[in-house]
Design a protein around this ligand. Structure first.
Ligand code: GAL
Length: 506
């Protein structure tokens, strides 16, 4: 008897709980609602209140952004965390929100941004840092002024050098659900995307835009894979730049080191002054390998360095051991918090005059400028004077691009003089084209243009130019391990093995 009462009680309790659950989960507004943001509102809280669950906030963002295209009194929400009192929102009906959420995924940000009369242009890249973002906006502005009826969607996946971006993008390509265009390094990186299956060759665009006449021959060679062009390049970046804070050097009576011996002497002098001599941020797993590719070039010289990537030189060569020794010694001068910092995070050491030198690609120049930091100087990384470790960013055309015409118009803007002149001075890169106006570029970039024209050009592995992706991954893994192990012989063996596995070494 007692047991039955207990069971009844439990059943009743469960029913009451279920009802409460149903009531609290039930949306209070079934119909579409216009809402004006009040102080303290968040999209999450509004979604909870009107749609029954905070997780449905993307539905509010999407319907508001779509409405904004027809009626500009509604807000345009770029970032869900940045909404302001007074903004007008369109909260969809619970039913519409449910249908939207069934299709939504964070890897498809384009669903949040509405469509204009001529659809969208979904541009996927990893350009989120200062300088990178400004450069991209420069390109968007030109595209937007030419094609006002296209909604541009900036589909970024943060993380320098694209190591977070690439797996996300690959999944979309394989699923047959790509963005309209995506950032692709010129060179062997394209192999990792199986271009013959997933990308459109761009030879016709190169022909119609006369691009073979405006890009240097070396770059065209780098861009060609299996007899086709798969991306239109927007820039040339240099990997092997030593950035330094001019005032720290002036105060210590130092000049930037050009050789390894000078580097050790300068680093010791800086250490004695209580300044971190050499800064790195290695949180992304690609930054230490980036520094090492430049150490390799600055130790082996241009010819041997290039040979390492073509198989003409084996990784068992003595210069590789010497490069590892140099890198190991370099690491004795580095900031201890480097594993917690990104490349731009490490840049703050220079800006704050707490760190003196950093080796990073010349996107650091765009970042410095975006920070309003002008006290930086530059030199080739130790031993690499006369060598330009090069890479280039291009934009591709996936076969299943949902807005193909818009994407074709985009890559044409990317290849144009107007596009490159708007993009590169802010990005901190030089034009891929040979006819940009040097006067638009700052002093560093003008010096990079001169070096690009006269130096030995060698390819960067970490930024997709020199090697196929699986090799880059092995190279990267070996160097990341080396940062903590310091095992020169073991690492050299791993590097040789990586080259063998890539099919390049014997
Ligand atoms: C590189 C890319 C550059 C720059 C850098 C840091 O791979 O080519 O454009 O943005 O990553 O994110």
């Amino acid at each position: 008897m007692f047991r039955r009462t207990l069971i009844n009680l439990v059943v009743v309790l469960a029913m009451v709980l279920a009802m409460v659950g149903v009531v609290s989960a039930a949306p209070q507004a079934q119909a579409e609602t216009t809402y004006t943001i009040k102080l303290g509102d968040t999209l999450w809280a509004l979604a909870e209140k009107y749609l029954g669950s905070g997780t449905a906030w993307p539905a509010i963002m999407a319907s508001t952004n779509q409405k904004n295209i027809e009626d500009a009194t509604f807000a345009y929400i770029r970032n869900a965390d940045l909404i302001h009192p007074g903004w007008k929102l369109l909260i969809p009906s619970a039913e519409t929100a449910k249908a939207f959420m069934a299709a939504y995924s964070p890897t498809k940000p384009e669903l949040l941004f509405g469509k204009r009369a001529k659809g969208q242009l979904v541009v996927a890249s990893w350009w989120t840092a200062g300088g990178e973002a400004e450069g991209l906006t420069g390109l968007f502005n030109i595209y937007g002024s030419k094609y006002p009826d296209v909604q541009i969607v900036n589909a970024t996946v943060a993380g320098g050098a694209g190591f977070v971006f690439r797996p996300v993008l690959k999944t979309r390509l394989i699923a047959g659900d790509p963005p309209d265009t995506f950032q692709l390094h010129a060179g062997l990186e394209v192999e990792g995307y199986d271009p013959e299956t997933y990308l459109e060759p761009m030879d016709d665009i190169f022909a119609s835009e006369g691009l073979e006449k405006v890009f240097p021959a070396d770059l065209l060679t780098l861009l060609e894979y299996k007899g086709h062009y798969w991306g239109v390049p927007v820039n040339i970046h240099r990997s092997n730049v030593l950035w330094y804070d001019k005032s720290i050097f002036a105060d210590a009576g130092l000049t930037p080191p050009t050789t390894w011996d000078e580097f050790w002497a300068v680093a010791d002098a800086l250490k004695a002054k209580g300044v971190v001599p050499f800064v790195m941020g290695t949180s992304g797993g690609w930054e230490a390998p980036h520094v090492f590719e430049d150490v390799l070039a600055g130790t082996c010289g241009a010819e041997k360095y290039s040979g390492l990537w073509t198989g003409a030189v084996q990784w068992t060569d003595g210069c590789v051991a010497q490069a590892l020794e140099n890198f190991k010694r370099m690491l004795t001068y580095v900031n201890t918090d480097h594993p917690a910092l990104s490349w731009d995070g490490a840049g703050h050491y220079l800006v704050g005059k707490k760190g003196a030198m950093m080796i990073m690609g010349d996107w650091a120049n765009g970042w410095f400028e975006a920070q309003g930091y002008t006290g930086y100087g530059w030199a080739p990384s130790p031993g690499s004077k006369g060598i330009f470790v090069a890479l280039s960013d291009s934009f591709s055309l996936p076969k299943k691009a949902p807005n193909r015409d818009n994407a074709i118009a985009w890559v044409k803007v990317c290849g144009s003089k107007e596009g490159q002149e708007a993009f590169n001075p802010r990005k901190g890169s030089i034009c891929a084209r040979t006819d940009c106006d040097p006067k638009l570029f700052n002093e560093y970039l003008q010096s990079a243009m001169a070096d690009w024209a006269s130096d030995a050009i060698v390819p960067s592995p970490v930024h997709g130019a020199a090697a196929i992706e699986s090799w880059v991954t092995d190279f990267k893994d070996a160097i990341v391990l080396f940062v903590t192990s310091g095992d020169v012989a073991g690492t050299q063996a791993m590097l040789q093995q990586a080259c063998v596995e890539a099919g390049t070494c014997k």
